[in-house]
Design a protein around this ligand. Sequence first.
Ligand code: NAD
Ligand code: UD1
Length: 334
Amino acid sequence: MNVLLTGGCGYIGSHVAVVLMSEGHDAVIVDNLSNSRREVVDHIAQIVGRPPTFYQGDVGEFEFIRDVIRRHRIDSVIHLAGFKSVGESVQRPLQYYQNNVCGALGLLHAMEAESVSSLVFSSSATIYGDPQYLPVDEAHPQHVINAYGRSKLHIEDMLRDICISRPSLGVICLRYFNPVGAHPSGLIGDRPNGIPNNLMPYVVQVACGERDFLSVFGGDYRTPDGTGVRDYIHVMDLAEGHVAALNYLSTNNGWHAFNVGTGRGYSVLEMIRAFEGESGRAIPYKITARREGDVACSYADIRAAALELNWKATRSLEDMCSSAWRFQSRLSKA
Ligand code: NAD
Ligand code: UD1
């Protein structure tokens, strides 16, 4: 299959490229490098043994995307390109709607013009808001509280409408829980610009001495140890979930949404302990105030993906921590 990967130089997209290409598919990456580096393309090539096709450009540019789709006879699209910082989206909502929603529109016009009928979209568990029940299933009410989450929800809704008007189209929205970890080679991984917002990249930087300590946001949640609980999923499992989604779309059309998690939650303190165990480094931390917008506990009901996509995460928490550490150690040595 010829697959267009938008945002394929990013954290998740680079792992999806590796898994797709390792299974014999051809990956065509379009990325404007607004949050990634060109060298990722070389690292993908190093891991797989052949390079992906790469175009630096914007996913919202209709003529450009249409040309890429036509030139490479694209069968399916995996749309990962977008901005993803919750805090930034609150400060700069226009930029988030422009890049995420308008970007998706440009891509969707180009797909329609070239009759591409299969799309996997990177959505987020953030659209569920504060869980009303656990585990969170796909029918859970949606409640977004920031522009990032709303941009994901708008795109999901647009896709739903487009599927009604074009019955040959197949769309899967994958609602990621908390992707962590890295490829076992340590060549690709999560490398945020500036101060990390997410837990794992921050922990990794404390471990290698780039930051003094971790602030644990809240120690008084109604969870077993008082710290926030999340469903962390290994990015390689997540990447394999995309291939399962594409396979599903080869025999199914219409609009679908699936949670992508492991179905079990770990607290911040459990994550710290697991990481210390795998890295052999101490993670100094201080319990601080809760972070605005955080929920106490969130983990996925994963039965739908298991049943429909025939896919389940298999990698352990230890694997998530050791691979993240291997990636960071390689970066620190470079
Ligand atoms: P990332 O920032 O590492 O990757 C996104 C990539 O898209 C980057 O390489 C960036 O340069 C590119 N990009 C952004 N806007 C673009 C545009 N207009 N045109 C072309 N390229 C563009 O992020 P990630 O963690 O790999 O996330 C991938 C997708 O998954 C995003 O849509 C994100 O919202 C979603 N998601 C991520 C998480 C997570 O925890 N990482 C959780 C839920 C959902
Ligand atoms: C956050 C976003 C979510 C987004 C996801 C992936 C918020 C409110 N939510 O989810 O919309 O889809 O990232 O990009 O921003 N923690 C600390 N100290 C830190 C960092 C995090 O204690 O320095 C805690 C958090 O309070 C939380 C857990 O670690 O309990 C995980 O946090 P994080 O990695 O940011 O993910 P989410 O908050 O689940």
